[in-house]
Design a protein around this ligand. Structure first.
Ligand SMILES: [Zn+2]
Length: 226
């Protein structure tokens, strides 16, 4: 049987790796210092490195169905995404966290449909997007897009419940960025908290803002040492 995957691995080793060899060796000897935690949907059409032009060592990636952020409460189960947020923030000291949703998201569409009875975990996981739903039985393409964007904001808000994230945002050591990638247009719309909506990156003055443009008034008192 023709093993296409094996052929690709060999091509990587012989054709692609040499150009990156010194970069990877430095990243091994000096360790990784990624600037950005990228939390995105697992959808195969989202290519974080292509979107951002990032190279090796720049992005710490978390991909999951919907690009969701679980609550910080740690009430049950294994929290892979929560653990990654903690690691990226506390150990790697990332300076940015991107939440990237996208058009035609299957996870968001699934919110309006009947889940597969066998998908126990998926059914529960999708709860993380339900607060973004609009009160419509059969969502139009526009309603789906709005739900996708609302879900991004919902995850940004949930991120701020992580004490180590909130503290760094308040100390201006960390910025949060909400993105909605429109696959068919090659356009990333970035959330602008001042204007309360998503703006095409081609028109925006920034790469997205989190739920709060500035630290809350009591940030100075509540902030503690990292
Ligand atoms: Zn998706």
């Amino acid at each position: 049987m023709d093993d296409d995957l094996l052929a690709r691995l060999r091509r990587f080793h012989t054709d692609s790796f040499p150009a990156y060899e010194s970069t990877f060796r430095t990243l091994v000897s000096e360790g990784q210092h990624p600037s950005t935690l990228f939390i995105g949907c697992s959808d195969s059409r989202i290519l974080p490195h292509l979107l951002t032009g990032a190279g090796p060592g720049e992005l710490f990636l978390v991909r999951n169905v919907g690009g969701f952020v679980p609550p910080f409460d740690g009430s049950s189960g294994y929290h892979g995404t929560a653990a990654a947020i903690e690691f990226a923030t506390l150990n790697l000291g990332v300076q940015r966290i991107v939440i990237c949703g996208h058009s035609h998201c299957g996870a968001i569409r699934s919110l309006y449909g009947e889940p597969d009875e066998e998908a126990h975990h998926l059914k529960v996981w999708l709860d993380l997007g339900r607060d973004a739903m609009l009160p419509v039985a059969e969502p139009s393409p526009e309603a789906l897009r709005r739900t996708e964007q609302r879900a991004v904001i919902l995850q940004l808000e949930r991120l701020m419940d992580y004490p180590m994230v909130r503290r760094r945002v308040e100390q201006k050591r960390l910025t949060l960025h909400g993105w909605h990638y429109v696959i068919e247009d090659g356009q990333v719309d970035v959330f602008d908290v001042q204007r309360g909506r998503f703006i095409p990156s081609t028109e925006s003055a920034h790469s997205g803002t989190g739920p709060y443009p500035d630290p809350p008034p009591d940030a100075g008192q509540s902030a503690t040492a990292p």
